[in-house]
Design a protein around this ligand. Structure first.
Ligand code: 2HG
Ligand code: ZN
Length: 466
């Protein structure tokens, strides 16, 4: 341990019990990184506060001694937002994971930020209700991190992003003040709603220390159709047909390469006799006989128009879950290929142009890169994963991908889209933020950061600095 770390730890243990300050190399490595693996972790210590008071103490110390802090939840982020690679103190919410209170009249639940998303979903179920934000990492991600990144996922089409479900939050700003924002009110016309500044702020303004989230009623009999398609442009045509007459809960798409990788990695059998170039997965609430008839008429229309070649529909909850496995297993199934990830969005109306031009860029740029395309098409959100060829040197691959991402970001910009649909800016996309935000906006962002975190101690180097 260096001399400065010893001094720092001496001070930290005056705020939290010594057993809740860690600095073993294995802890520093484990808590210093997220799923992006974008840089080598190098934090100076990890602290595990158990109360708002302790968090205020840590922030006040950081301001006094001028050391940086990194808020840490489930660290499932893919943009390096929770990476600590510059001697920061990581503030882990693992020990602040209690559900505090359920208000039945308002369907509101107050939670500490370290509650795992899946645990809140189970809690909602136990009350006969539903917390609709869902994604593959919900078994590990924490609510504080979800709010800090405005997490999206597979149900956004019907329920919106995490933002829609935050009715109140307590935050400790970078300056050390405790703010109690919106207090679970549905209506509150008293001026600036700071809650929304903290949602998606990626830990750069302060710590989210308590949340009040809304629950809703459970969906009835979610039914899934998996469709095989020949051409990428038919994915959007299929979406248009289904969206017009059905209230969809999800509309996902993925490429044949994605399907192939999932089948191999998870030892699943293909739902059809052969692999199609593209698939769409349609989910809707099958709450009455009529819905199924409508869905089947829409399916027939897609077949007769030639947009879809064949499809299957789930007959039970179990079958629906099995069909989702092909989509939800993609990230895990390609992880060993060290993929370079991009997560972009644009309006649905611009998606056909976007996809056509993207195919050209990918094909023309480097035909030896295997590209896995998938995403939440119903939200205009495309995930592009480029797999590292075995024969290529890793560093060269990363450099090539960076060149390629600039072309993709230019395309996104020309389509008025976003360079980060749902994974955030973090560390990895920071150099490219200007493709989606202009100079005037970036200046206002810096101004906001300056107001809440004047000494730039909160997650420096991520999203925006002053
Ligand atoms: C998903 O939609 C996640 O499955 C992960 O957002 C996307 O791995 C990715 O690129
Ligand atoms: Zn996604």
């Amino acid at each position: 341990m260096s001399w400065t770390t010893i001094k720092l730890v001496d001070q930290l243990v005056k705020i939290v019990e010594p057993s809740r300050v860690k600095f073993d190399p294995s802890d520093l490595d484990y808590y210093g990184k997220d799923w992006s693996n974008a840089a080598k972790p190098d934090p100076s210590a990890i602290v595990f506060p158990i109360s708002i008071k302790e968090i205020q103490g840590i922030v006040s110390l950081a301001n006094k001694l001028n050391f940086p802090l990194v808020p840490s939840g489930g660290r499932t982020g893919l943009s390096g937002g929770a990476l600590a690679c510059g001697r920061e103190v990581v503030v882990s919410f693992d020990r602040m994971n209690r559900i505090l209170n359920f208000d039945e009249a308002d369907n509101l639940v107050a939670c500490e930020p370290g509650v795992i998303t899946g645990d809140l979903k189970k809690f909602a179920e136990s009350k006969g209700l539903f917390y609709p934000v869902d994604f593959a990492s919900s078994g590990a991600s924490q609510l504080g991190g979800n709010v800090a990144t405005n997490a999206g996922g597979i149900n956004v089409l019907r329920y919106g992003m995490t933002r829609n479900w935050v009715e109140g939050m307590k935050v400790v700003t970078g300056a050390g003040e405790l703010l109690d924002l919106n207090r679970g009110l549905k209506k509150n016309a008293t001026g600036f709603d700071f809650r929304h500044l903290f949602i998606g702020s990626e830990g750069t303004l302060g710590f989210i220390v308590e949340l009040t989230l809304e629950l809703t009623s459970q969906p009835k009999d979610p039914t899934v159709m998996l469709l095989g398609l020949q051409k990428i442009e038919n994915t959007v045509k299929t979406l248009t047909i289904f969206k017009e007459k059905l209230n969809l809960t999800a509309f996902e798409f993925f490429s044949g390469t994605a399907m192939q990788k999932v089948i191999e990695a998870k030892a699943l059998s293909s739902p059809f006799d052969h692999i199609y170039p593209f698939y769409t997965l349609v989910e809707f609430e099958n709450d009455c006989e009529r819905q199924l008839n409508v869905a089947s008429a829409l399916y027939d229309k897609c077949i007769s128009s030639g947009y879809v070649v064949e499809g299957v529909v789930s007959q039970s909850q179990r079958q629906a879950e099995n069909l989702w496995k092909f989509r939800e297993g993609i990230t895990e199934s390609i992880a060993s290929h060290n993929p370079f990830k991009s997560d972009v969005s644009c309006r649905i109306s611009k998606i056909p142009t976007f996809l056509r031009k993207l195919e050209k860029i990918l094909g023309g740029f480097s035909p030896h890169f295997e590209a896995v395309l998938f995403g939440h098409l119903g939200d205009g959100n495309i995930h592009i994963n480029l797999l590292e060829p075995i024969e290529m040197d890793s560093q060269k691959f990363q450099e090539e991908c960076k060149r390629l991402s600039k072309l993709i970001f230019k395309l996104v910009q020309s389509c008025d889209g976003s360079i980060s649909a749902e994974h955030g800016i973090g560390l990895t996309k920071r150099p490219y933020l200007n493709y989606s935000r202009d100079d005037a906006e970036l200046n206002y962002m810096r101004g906001v950061k300056c107001l809440f975190d004047p000494k730039n101690i909160m997650n420096p180097g991520k999203l925006v600095d002053i």
